[in-house]
Design a protein around this ligand. Structure first.
Ligand code: ADP
Ligand code: MG
Length: 380
């Protein structure tokens, strides 16, 4: 859907910020530009929506040359997000989400419907629409910020280090949310970062830039296993390079069945289930088996009324992975966040499994012993 052909930018004064950039981006692709400061990432991004005019080369969106389009119309048809700016405190959540649609003069019904639909996607209740940012938790406010970037329903979204200023945990959560929404809504995203972990996590393809040129543009796996040159190797960092065959196992292949409890049960029943099943965490699901939260034995304090419902007592900020996630990535997250375990959900957010810390042991074992059986067979 987006083609960059021999794209270059020479600034007044002679600085060649982007040098013969060629790239063919498919619809629904998540492309990440990464490089050191001054490598030309922002310049490349801003040429796409003509905030910066190219010195030479062409940009085609759906085979149409963007220089032939009216720059204002063009810019409105492309989402552009710079550092995640906070929500407007005096505006309701609804108005915050629909900030851009309002600038685009959408009709009220369409704006409202968009706000409602987006809120559903992040599992927040509709009643939040009329609340103000200060009534939401910090994490919830950040999620609304991500929704705002998607609200104008543009097919192509440009993001320039949107999560750069956030603490690691918040960044991790918003990366997950962004990736999930991008996939579900089929958006094409061009994302700029200087954080390799962020690039590896989000990208379908990573384009590594240096001095205005793209040094390598490939899938995260290919870049890790076949870095184009010494520069890329150093940029990735030796700790990330794939030395051995990567464990390509997906979580579905190894996950276990989690112990669940439904929303309407009492805390007393939850405790009984924990004792009976010998677990310290219960995952809370609704009638459709959709993951709603979790209950941890440590959070059940004596002050709590045991008659309280699970729905009231549970922790709603549950961290999860999708069923097609790689085991390797999942284990990395468990370690990074110091989690005891992590539930696995399908595309409909239904709970389908659980990865525990014990899986880490399996994975280490797997990496050391690899596909021993297969190799034996192949020598026969
Ligand atoms: P990045 O986003 O990768 O840090 P930029 O695209 O912002 O890089 O900048 C690329 C190069 O172009 C840098 O050397 C920068 O100093 C230079 N540059 C950026 N904007 C201008 C400008 N308006 N005028 C002159 N030089 C610029
Ligand atoms: Mg920049």
């Amino acid at each position: 859907m987006l083609k960059l052909e021999h794209l270059s930018k020479v600034y007044r004064g002679g600085k060649k910020a982007v040098d013969d950039l060629n790239l063919d981006i498919k619809k629904g692709e998540f492309i990440v530009f990464i490089g050191t400061s001054g490598s030309g990432k922002t310049t490349a991004l801003r040429m796409i929506n003509r905030m910066i005019e190219p010195t030479s080369g062409k940009i085609l969106i759906n085979d149409e040359d963007v220089t032939k389009k009216n720059p204002v119309t063009l810019r409105r048809s492309i989402g552009y997000v710079i550092q995640q700016i906070g929500l407007m405190p005096h505006m309701t959540i609804r108005d915050n989400i629909t900030l851009v649609p309002r600038l685009l003069k959408w009709e009220k019904d369409k704006k409202n419907k968009t706000a409602e639909d987006l809120l559903k996607l992040v599992n927040l209740p509709e009643s939040y629409l009329d609340m103000f940012p200060s009534q939401l938790s910090g994490g919830q406010q950040q999620r609304i910020g991500v929704l705002r970037a998607l609200a104008a329903n543009q097919d192509l979204i440009l993001m320039d280090e949107p999560f750069g200023a956030l603490d690691p945990i918040t960044r991790d959560t918003l990366q997950d949310l962004m990736k999930d929404l991008q996939q579900r809504l089929g958006k094409t995203v061009v994302f700029v970062t200087h954080d390799m972990d962020e690039a590896l996590k989000l990208a379908d393809r990573i384009c590594i830039m240096h001095d205005g040129q793209v040094i390598q543009c490939d899938t995260p796996d290919n870049i890790l296993s076949n870095p184009a040159n010494q520069f890329v190797k150093e940029f990735i960092g030796s700790h990330r390079l794939v030395q051995e065959k990567p464990s390509a196992k997906l979580v579905d292949e190894v996950m276990i069945t989690p112990v669940t409890i439904s929303l309407e049960k009492s805390l007393d029943e939850a405790i009984r289930t924990m004792v009976q099943k010998r677990v310290d965490t219960l995952f809370v699901v609704d009638g459709q088996n959709i993951l709603k939260g979790f209950i941890d034995v440590e959070s059940i304090t004596s002050e709590r009324h045991r008659t309280q419902s699970v729905a009231d007592a549970m922790d709603k900020d549950v961290f999860y992975v999708k069923n097609e996630t790689k085991l390797q990535d999942t284990v990395r997250r468990i370690l990074k966040r110091n989690l005891k375990n992590i539930p696995v959900v399908d595309a409909d957010h239904k709970l389908v499994g659980l990865i525990t810390r014990a899986h880490i042991v399996d994975m280490v074992y797997d990496t050391i012993w690899g596909d021993e059986d297969i190799e034996e067979q192949s020598t026969i």
